[in-house]
Design a protein around this ligand. Sequence first.
Ligand code: ADP
Ligand code: ZN
Ligand code: ZN
Length: 737
Amino acid sequence: MAIIRVALDVPVDCLFDYLAPDANLTDIGLRVRVPFGSRQMLGIIMSVCEATQVTHEKLKYAGQIYRDTLPLPPALLELFRFCNHYYHHPIGQVVMNSLPALLRQSRQATEQAIKQPVQSLEWVLTDAGKAITVSDIPAKSVAKRRLLTFLQENEKVTAEDLKQMTAHTRKLLQTFEILGWVKKQVAIISEAHPTKASAPTPTPEQAHAISAILAETSMFVPWLLQGITGSGKTEVYLQIAASLLAQQKQILILVPEINLTPQLETVFKKRFPATPLISLHSGLTDRERLQGWLQAQRGKTGIILGTRLAIFTPLLNLGLIIVDEEQDHSFKQQDGLRYSARDLAIYRAKQADIPIILGSATPSLESYHHALTGRYRLLRLHSRAVSGASLPEIHCIDLRLTKMTREGLSEPLLTALQHALSHKQQSLVFINRRGYAPVLLCKSCSWTATCTRCSSRLVIHLQDRQLRCHYCGHQQPISPACPQCGDQDILPFGQGTQRVESALYHHFPEARILRVDRDSIRRRHTWRSVLEAVHNREVDILVGTQLLAKGHDFPNLALVCVLNADASLYSTDFRAEEQLFAQLIQVAGRAGRADTPGTVLIQTEFPQHPLYRALLKQDYDAHARLLLQERKSAGFPPFICQAVLRAEAATIADALEFLNQATEAAATSEQIAHIQLFDPVPAHMVRLKGRERAQLLVQSHSRKYLQTFLSNWYKYLTSLPARGKVRWHLDVDPLTL
Ligand code: ADP
Ligand code: ZN
Ligand code: ZN
């Protein structure tokens, strides 16, 4: 009797076996209801087999197998297994958490809206299948010979053909699929094309990039498309997409932030009005996400646009992956399965044997390094796409030489804003800190308002008269006097977006000012309205955080002012400089996008810092090479592979004790000669949400040794008796230490 092996959302790294009399190989990837302990759970059938290690008495019967959706394709199941091994996260949690919430429930997948998946499938003969000679198949395997002959004559078996076939032949088709002789794919019914936005003539650089990529679309090629801001990377994506969509391929586009999807969505919809497009991101309702997901799986969509979680969309006809702004840290999930969607995108492209484009003005040092060493192929766009548009001029305002207002605005900056206002040009004031001021300080005794649950300061939100912790969400009213010495002279210190906004109102009472940060943007509708207001020139000065820096095209923006960039210059995080450079290039890139030439002013106390010097020249390459040199001599990624074991407990002592135990075990590992094991240390921010945290870094020059080491270590750590008080996780390729 068939045994099914099921992935369940439990924190144990194994599959669970059940008896399933009616299961067969075609059920792999389907949802199933099974008894687990005293409850019923929903899981995914990962494999179907004849035997199990589970003793007969313990083996239970599976409940219903839901055949109302297509099974998850084998490639996706393989991706899950890869995540399980690479990130050391329980397989069941990998699988179940990548599914839309509604598919995790024991119900039919609300099929009212979503019917008839099966007809649209077809099985196409692969090159391997074409290479088989029928006469090599034993003469007694009549059905096998007949099916292969049919395939070689017709190239494929359609859903219609399938209906005519016997159960035996259908099963054979499954075998052929496992052998790699046929490939299952979705038959796309082409629709009539209504009028669409016409494509501009590509610039010579764009044309070169497009033809290079299109020359090799039927194999894995990782491209790094490095184009300055405004160079028209999107147009390159569009023209390549056009060609692949014409070949009935699906295109997966990953973007870092939810607020970048509406804009790209519009662009792609306009260019390809007849091509079904879905957007997958965390801002959707469960139902919307399910519908999009199922549509994608059925091949009903040609374009799938989404944030990192879209990497887990089942796609049978995938022809191209694009990762826009590939350097963005949002591609890395920071809890649960700590995956990098960019890295998984590379995996998926390799798996599907298709090209992948990583696009950026300031590639991550990892990707840039791969391009320099030839692992990725590099394509460059050096000039802006719109004729006449040039890169903005960047200047530093030396804060040691100029007067500043109390809100941190220098005179040259105010003058420039005034100038832009009187010329009816838009400006953007960028400060990467929301709230009114980051510190509430007592002048007499130096007391500052801190969070009781985190090692952080409370941020002043003056409008709501509240102090807020940006880490745990704790808030309390602003106290009228210092709780330590009773002095009433307690003052906000430093600047946040709200303070800059009110200072600007004061200086430019006639200006129309719009603040954009996480407090002012709660929904994507508001985000759309911001974009509209800016495009319709209903705003003179935008004040905002990095929300505004990314990817948006603001054609009338002439001036960008950057406040407080110095804060990340001397950070303990070795990636801070890389990130700051990328962020400043991006925010600078918002200026002067069409016929309006742009100016960027950066207030700094360190105008001689190499980062600003490279920035003034807008020389990403020089700066990236410098940083790579530094990383190499310091032994940091990408010259080494890292993982970090983090632990948290009520007290730091408990967390450290756990890590010490982990260290002892690691020291006896067979791979230890190839592993560098650091001492457990308290986390940079020790307290978070009332818990205390410590971490332990391990690294190796060899990915292979690191992975073997981590697998064994992970097994050991999970085998330790559960300690209610310590929670821990592994983070492979961590972005923050
Ligand atoms: P990037 O993403 O590289 O920063 P965009 O793709 O946003 O740049 O392009 C910047 C602007 O240039 C957009 O307004 C786009 O419509 C325009 N553009 C791109 N390619 C061309 C082209 N070949 N001819 C004219 N305009 C173009
Ligand atoms: Zn005081
Ligand atoms: Zn807090």
